[in-house]
Design a protein around this ligand. Structure first.
Ligand code: C5P
Length: 227
């Protein structure tokens, strides 16, 4: 069975990981959450008080960082130097620091290299900001996900509520807007829609509906490859 690379990019809290996870499960593909990798590096910088404006300190820290994913209780879980950091990397103090860290070219180089190795065998759904433009410019299917900013903030708010975490909606809105601004305007691989990406606005779609659209796109692509 032919396997492809599926790149899902888009703004913060658009539901990329929800779609990517569901799509990978349906197809029997691996799922890679590249945002989690940038978050893990950020967590390390915060914990070790790494001065991210100092290139030498950044390089030294990067050499000590090992990020991997493991399947724990059927969930894709992020590990930093052997420690399960899935909970910590989702906290607001990491969300507030991650975009400046992700704008550093040395950080991007290290993580992009790792992501490209992860995609070597194809059969992968990867979500992020630069997957279709930089990591896998030749990905067979590229989806650029968008959603209304109010809808995105409400979804992220619900996620925190479901985890019994108290974060007010205004703080979430500010964080999403600021990350989108930094991610779209940075010099190195800014967030943008690849020319050959399919744009999908899921503001008024259920998770089942968006999954169906993505599965249809995948099947069409596989048909053209096999034809
Ligand atoms: O996907 P998530 O919202 O968890 O990503 C966190 C941050 O990591 C983004 O706001 C962005 O700054 C950075 N990121 C990136 N490139 C990627 C994935 C994430 O710059 N491919």
């Amino acid at each position: 069975m032919e396997k492809i690379i599926i790149a899902i990019d888009g703004f913060s809290a658009c539901g990329k990981s929800t779609l990517a996870k569901a799509l990978a499960k349906e197809l029997g593909y691996s799922y890679i959450d590249t945002g989690a990798m940038y978050r893990a590096v950020t967590l390390y910088f915060i914990r070790t008080h790494t001065d991210y404006t100092n290139p030498e300190a950044v390089q030294a820290a990067l050499e000590k960082i090992h990020v991997q994913f493991k399947n724990i209780d059927q969930k894709n879980t992020t590990f930093l130097n052997g420690e399960n950091v899935e909970h910590d990397i989702r906290q607001m103090y990491v969300s507030n620091m991650v975009s400046p860290v992700a704008a550093i070219s040395a950080v991007r180089r290290a993580l992009v290299k790792l992501q490209q190795v992860m995609g070597n065998d194809k059969g992968i759904v990867m979500d992020g900001r630069d997957i279709g433009t930089v990591v896998f410019p030749n990905a067979e299917l590229k989806i650029f996900l968008t959603a209304d900013s109010e809808v995105r903030a409400a979804r992220r708010y619900k996620e925190y509520q479901d985890k019994n975490q108290v974060v007010d909606i205004e703080t979430i809105k500010k964080n999403l807007a600021e990350r989108d601004r930094i991610d779209s305007t940075r010099a190195d691989s800014p967030l943008k829609c690849a020319e050959d990406a399919v744009v999908l606005d899921n503001s008024n779609m259920t998770q089942t509906e968006q999954l169906q659209v993505a599965l249809d796109l995948t099947n069409q692509k596989l048909k053209t490859i096999l034809a």
